[in-house]
Ligand binder design. Structure first.
Ligand code: DGP
Length: 116
């Protein structure tokens, strides 16, 4: 069920414009408005899920689609050979600023570990 007050639900519904890379009935992928790397794409479920802390096994089909989409986009954007990062922030303490589950697909530069 979409949340009418949620920014990413509204992007998924097409009510707020975004540079959408791909979408289907489960997942929407679009470029981050404030890119932290030469390629920075957000992958979200259409379903409103606040964060990874709410995930259960029932979300398996959506997560399978989301990770397959990430891999396909990484290949299409030429990130797969050099490497890329796929990450989610869960909770304000981890840096989550939009309370709708999203994975960051980052590539096109080197990444350090551990993350800050
Ligand atoms: P996080 O801090 O992990 O919750 O990541 C939220 C990301 O969402 C952040 O990298 C910036 C991005 N973002 C915020 N508002 C918008 C928006 O309106 N459009 C797009 N495309 N990205 C947004």
């Amino acid at each position: 069920m979409p949340d009418p007050d949620c920014l990413f639900c509204r992007i998924a519904a097409g009510e707020i414009s975004a540079d959408v890379i791909s979408q289907d009935e489960l997942v929407v992928c679009f470029r981050d408005v404030a890119p932290q790397a030469p390629t920075h794409i957000l992958l979200i479920p259409r379903q409103h899920i606040a964060s990874a802390a709410q995930l259960t096994e029932d979300h398996g089909p959506m997560l399978g689609r989301l990770f397959a989409s990430a891999a396909a986009i990484a290949r299409a954007e030429g990130l797969a050979e050099r490497g890329f990062r796929l990450a989610t922030n869960a909770g304000a303490g981890a840096g989550q600023s939009v309370d709708h589950l999203h994975f960051h697909l980052l590539g096109g530069r080197s990444f350090s570990w551990p993350p800050g």
